[in-house]
Write a protein that binds this ligand. Sequence first.
Ligand code: ACO
Length: 327
Amino acid sequence: MPIRSIIIGTGSHVPQRVVTNKDLASRVDTTDEWIRTRTGIIQRHISNDQETNSYLATQSARKALDMAGVRPQDLDLIIVGTMSPDMPMPSVACLVQNELGAKKAGAFDLYAACTSFLYALSVADKFVRCNSRMKILVIGSEVLSRVTNWEDRNTCVIFGDGAGAAVITGTKEDRGILSTHLHSDGSLGELLIIKGLGTAFPVSHENLEKGWQYIQMQGREVFKHAIKAMESAAWEAMEANGWNGDDVDLLFSHQANIRIINFLGEKLGLPKEKIFINIHKYGNTSAASIPIALDEANRTGLLTPGLRILMVAFGGGFTWGSVAMCW
Ligand code: ACO
């Protein structure tokens, strides 16, 4: 039997403060009804000053390590998928490594926007396949509220903060990660962009006035690409594993928009009970959305041995991909 990667612990953490649609309607020209019907979001959690990306990531990691029964000092690698790090350097992964006291672990961040967790899981999978004893902490963590223009109704109603984590190791049993597929199309990067927080357009009064420090999204265009890309990534994973719709027991789609999730479910022929949804509680938490969902499903006992899981994500870059696994 080949070596496969399994998830032996999950954890998640969201900020305490809840911001409802009604709260937002008092700030920008929107309504609870518009947000619910166009996105499926009812509320989101928004960080305070102390709840940084690395703080949320560390909290989620502690819970995942606890469940896995793995000590921080036994970790070999920490990968954090994010696009809203505390700072460009050091990485969130290094900040987490220090907080946990994961003395022998390598640590790096991975930037693939909302697809970051699946990219990170896929990288971890390759390491584990080379050495089944490795213990890898994979985190998706975001504080998008800090890069959101709270006057822009096109974006501020969508995003939320949070983190989710998973501890990965190897097994020779016939379960675990079965396939990973990653894709990108940089030609469409301008449709979903934070232009001004890097080195090409450094922070300046001029660039701040243009709002380049914030997420800018052409929502309708992103929507169109997201549904196409996610559907094709889902079929690709199913074909690779010889699955048809009936073989998928639970779909974890990136929680970007309820209409995208439902569309994907319909295209795959999945009944509602096979589609995990928590966007109403958290909004779009980008890289954190799939690991938060996984952890919720895990802790409520939905993830039973042998369950066939399909994870699909899409995000800025553009990036998209899938991970299929048998729990
Ligand atoms: N409240 C009220 N009206 C609004 C709001 C709001 N919050 N936001 C936009 N509108 C208006 C628009 O101004 C527009 O009005 P107009 O027709 O007078 O011009 C109208 O509503 C329709 O706007 P659309 O942008 O076409 O609305 P749409 O139905 O597409 O919903 C949304 C917008 C929710 C952003 C949707 O396009 C979407 O979910 N896009 C995909 C997001 C996504 O998948 N992101 C991927 C990953 S995210 C990442 O990587 C970080």
